[in-house]
Design a protein around this ligand. Structure first.
Ligand code: F0G
Length: 346
């Protein structure tokens, strides 16, 4: 949006920052809420998609990072650290570059989508690969920040969630009220916690919160941590969510649900959203759409509901998954007749 000042300035009366602090912003937030005609027809609901891939680094993490980095800069410490499945590290790296701080990112070896790694590299982060999963990385980052002069910018840092709740406010601002149901993917569970905090603090009505985890990484569904989480949706490959209680509170207070969707459901929704709505997201983001389709089908999503699905990250983050299987590229001679033939126009 032209003239959009970034979310701290847009919601200055609602977001507290340290007195005299310089705001670190890349003009995040103000993302599109797109009406999804085909998903609406398929589900019998009025479906809207909150496109968080339109943020500066291509994911919703920028909402929390502008606030976290503003506090980090004001603190006087020169470095920030985070654990990440990829998007938090891309965002931390970019905002640290903007703030003139050093970023260190701890990532699980071999499970980061290519685009996210490219971002951390380009923004000059110190990338440390851990022989372990995200949960191990987060534990290590937290311990390091507790003992050394470096600010932890994971969502366990409460100011991250203060920034992320703005997405709920924006939804209410556009729709004129809260939706009936809000679907979103759940990994470390910070975002569902932040949305619920956002809705409950905004006085525009309350949606039922529908959270969806990947079936191979669904501790909130089984009720216990998953020691070896596995899913193609690497962003939400998390076995021990830091905001466990926040997620359960959002579910229970809103009369919502948290359920699991399989990798097959995620990939089907991923392709459907790109090919029928023109919105290319990364696999983890498609968990919200997979959950929408599943609950519409089994009747848990009432017909006629106004539903918002958050899609958390851009599809270009993970080109490898997009190109899995067939690459539908057809060689054609340099000849209009051949092109017309290939398009079945002649
Ligand atoms: N979708 C995407 C694209 C993500 O990157 C994440 C989390 C989630 C959904 C889940 O959000 O953790 O608040 O429940 N990514 C973190 C990261 C873990 O390191 O980038 P959540």
């Amino acid at each position: 949006r032209a003239g959009w000042p970034g979310l701290i300035n847009a919601y200055r009366d609602r977001i507290e920052i340290p007195r005299g602090a310089e705001v670190v912003t890349l003009h995040e937030g103000g993302t599109p809420l797109v009406h999804a005609g085909r998903l609406s027809a398929a589900t019998g609901c009025d479906v809207w998609v909150k496109v968080e891939g339109a943020n500066p680094t291509g994911s919703f993490k920028d909402r929390g990072m502008t606030v976290a980095m503003t506090y980090a800069l004001a603190s006087g410490l020169k470095a920030v650290i985070c654990a990440s499945t990829g998007n938090t590290s891309a965002s931390a790296a970019a905002y640290a570059a903007k703030a003139g701080l050093t970023a260190a990112v701890l990532v699980p070896s071999g499970k980061i989508a290519m685009g996210k790694l490219a971002q951390a590299v380009m923004h000059g982060a110190k990338i440390l690969q851990i022989d372990g999963n995200f949960d191990d990385c987060l534990e290590l980052a937290s311990k390091t920040a507790a003992e050394y002069p470096v600010t932890l910018v994971n969502s366990v840092n409460p100011v991250r969630l203060v920034g992320q709740q703005t997405a709920a406010w924006e939804v209410c601002d556009v729709l004129g009220r809260a939706p009936d149901v809000h679907c979103l993917p759940v990994g470390n569970a910070g975002n569902i916690t932040a949305y619920w905090k956002g809705y409950t603090s905004y006085d525009q009505g309350l949606p039922r919160m529908f959270g969806f985890q990947a079936a191979g990484a669904a501790p909130l569904v089984s009720g216990q941590p998953v020691p070896k989480p596995e899913t193609i949706a690497t962003a939400i490959r998390i076995g021990s969510p830091a905001s466990w209680t926040g997620a359960v509170t959002a579910r229970d207070e809103s009369g919502g649900l948290i359920d699991a969707v399989t990798d097959e459901q995620i990939l089907a929704a991923y392709r459907l959203l790109a090919s029928s709505e023109g919105i290319f997201v990364e696999p983890a983001s498609a968990a919200s759409i997979a959950g929408l389709l599943m609950t519409a089908e089994d009747g848990r999503l009432p017909k006629g509901s106004t539903v918002v699905c958050t899609v958390t990250g851009h599809g270009l983050k993970d080109p490898d998954t997009a190109l899995l299987g067939t690459t539908e590229v057809e060689p054609v001679p340099v000849d209009p007749g051949a092109v017309a033939h290939a398009l079945e126009l002649a």
